[in-house]
Design a protein around this ligand. Structure first.
Ligand code: ATP
Length: 496
């Protein structure tokens, strides 16, 4: 399936309360985003399953939550003060700023001399088909000369304490990784770990990107989910250096993780960094690319950072950052495999992959086929008739009961067909409907059957299930991950 256009997703996210432009009432920032009521649930679910799968379920991983503000020397040692730069160019006419290394990947504006100066927008990297010229001027206004590239440091500078002097300068962390390296020895001493083991962290990072954009793909404040996995470089596994084997394992693990939570195999591919692309500390880096609407772009990176960071911090701090190998009786500076993912980019990819439009009985149905573990709301409890007090009361009882285990919402603000569509559009996997048959009709002397209708999002199938069995059914679907077909085989279909 091809992804929806970005503006279609941006509009859904705003309309349904997933993501808003930061400070929108003041015109917005264009580089930061706020997660609304549904967005925060989705984001928390992504972080929760990542933490569960990579930290809690492994016996070779521990977690960490380091502070965002760190000693300024951290960034000197890591190389960020001197090297965390992008080449920037400015247009002398319209003052737009660009990353010099990305300018040829942008569509460009051209006033073509061969067509009496007509204005065209030409695809990135292509020449004008009328005059054959290639872009030399500003791609935005098509008129201004560009300045020579200057290196621009992406770290946000700030001051620690009340005095704004050079000695107080520090930075908002541009990655979570360094918080892990500087705590390597603390974690080692407090947990008595043996190599190989990893430290995982989820947290905010800040980069003063020259050209933020493509919605939450590139913003100036974002979140990362990072692992530093420490390996003894003297070990061998499968007849190869252990760090190389662990690197391959982590690439496969990360790919499998994104597939497990819904990304289609066709939309993800690996990109091996060539020599010229490789960071100075890296022995090998592989990116997972996702087919975003603007083209294949980095979803996450998995780098073999060698012993670079621990050695740098050891040199700058004067502290030994090694692990003692009892068998070989030697101190070792571990090699580090770093799977580094952006929470926001993962969220964007999950939304894009889940988005689907289809026609149902002549009407457009928009749905998010989100994995149930990621879906912001797991169950919606809906009354078929909101005028009937017993129906509404039963709904509220059910909502209160179910929401203790699975986030459950009550909605009665439209007719049932409309309510279902609304839940489809935000990815709610199951709706529970309470109707007259459930509670009975005293006027007609009919007792209630104590059953409700469960509707599944993707198939739109409806089953009639006793209220007493609801918890067990949802435990199978939402906790044990049972397929809907298994439940559908056990209960009768409801008339829709
Ligand atoms: P890019 O080349 O896209 O700038 P990068 O290679 O600099 O990314 P890393 O430093 O490897 O990115 O950061 C790890 C992950 O953090 C990225 O794969 C991405 O998911 C996320 N990330 C990095 N920068 C941003 C940003 N400005 N906005 C949102 N997510 C980001």
């Amino acid at each position: 399936m091809s992804a929806p256009a970005m503006d279609v997703l941006v509009s859904l996210c705003k309309r349904r309360g997933f993501i808003f432009q930061s400070s929108e009432i003041y015109g917005g920032t264009g580089s930061c985003w706020d997660y609304g009521p549904l967005g925060v649930e989705l984001k928390n679910n992504i972080k929760r399953v990542w933490w569960r799968d990579f930290v809690h379920q492994r016996d070779d991983m521990v977690g960490l939550d380091a502070s965002i503000l760190m000693h300024a020397m951290v960034w000197k040692a890591s190389g960020h003060v001197d090297h965390f730069t992008d080449p920037m160019v400015d247009c002398r006419e319209c003052r737009h700023r660009f990353r010099a290394d990305q300018i040829d990947e942008m569509d460009w504006t051209h006033y073509c001399a061969a067509t009496k100066g007509n204005k065209f927008t030409i695809k990135a990297g292509e020449p004008c088909k009328h005059c054959g010229e290639r872009r030399t001027l500003c791609p935005h206004c098509g008129k201004g000369e560009l300045t020579a590239p200057r290196q621009f440091n992406l770290m946000f500078k700030t001051f620690m304490g009340p005095v704004e002097e050079d000695a107080a300068v520090t930075y908002l962390r541009p990655e979570t990784a360094q918080g892990i390296f500087v705590n390597f020895d603390n974690v080692l001493q407090s947990t008595r770990r043996k190599l190989p083991f990893g430290i995982a962290q989820i947290g905010k990072a800040f980069r003063n990107e020259i050209t933020p954009g493509n919605f939450i793909f590139r913003s100036r404040e974002f979140e990362q989910m990072e692992i530093e996995f420490f390996v003894n470089p003297h070990d061998r596994l499968e007849d190869r250096p252990a760090d190389e084997v662990w690197h391959d394992r982590w690439i496969a693990e990360c790919q499998a993780w994104f597939a497990r939570y819904g990304l289609a195999a066709d939309n993800v591919k690996l990109h091996e960094h060539g020599r010229e692309e490789l960071a100075h500390y890296s022995k090998r880096t592989v990116d997972l690319l996702y087919r975003f609407p603007m083209g294949w772009s980095e979803l996450m990176g998995i780098a073999n950072r060698t012993d670079f960071d621990l050695k740098q911090h050891s040199k700058f701090s004067g502290k030994m950052l090694t692990w003692f190998d009892e068998e070989r009786k030697e101190h070792v500076v571990p090699f580090v495999i770093e799977p580094s993912a952006g929470v926001d980019r993962a969220l964007l990819a999950f939304l894009l992959d889940a988005y689907q439009e289809e026609e149902v009985r002549g009407e457009k149905r928009v749905l998010l086929r989100l994995h149930p573990e990621l879906a912001p709301i797991k169950i919606a409890v809906l009354p078929l008739l909101k005028k009937r007090g017993e129906i509404v009361a039963t709904c509220h009882d059910l909502r209160r009961r179910l929401t203790r285990r699975w986030l459950t919402l009550y909605d009665d603000t439209a007719a049932i067909g409309r309510l279902y569509r609304r839940q489809d559009e935000v990815g709610t996997p199951y709706c529970v409907t309470v109707d007259v048959k459930t509670v009975g009709d005293p006027d007609k002397g009919e007792p209630g059957d104590g059953k409700v209708t469960i509707r599944e999002r993707d198939t739109m199938q409806q089953l009639r299930v006793p209220i007493a069995e609801l918890d067990a059914v949802f435990a199978r679907l939402l906790d044990a991950g049972a397929p809907w077909s298994e439940i559908a085989a056990a209960y009768p279909r409801a008339e829709s």
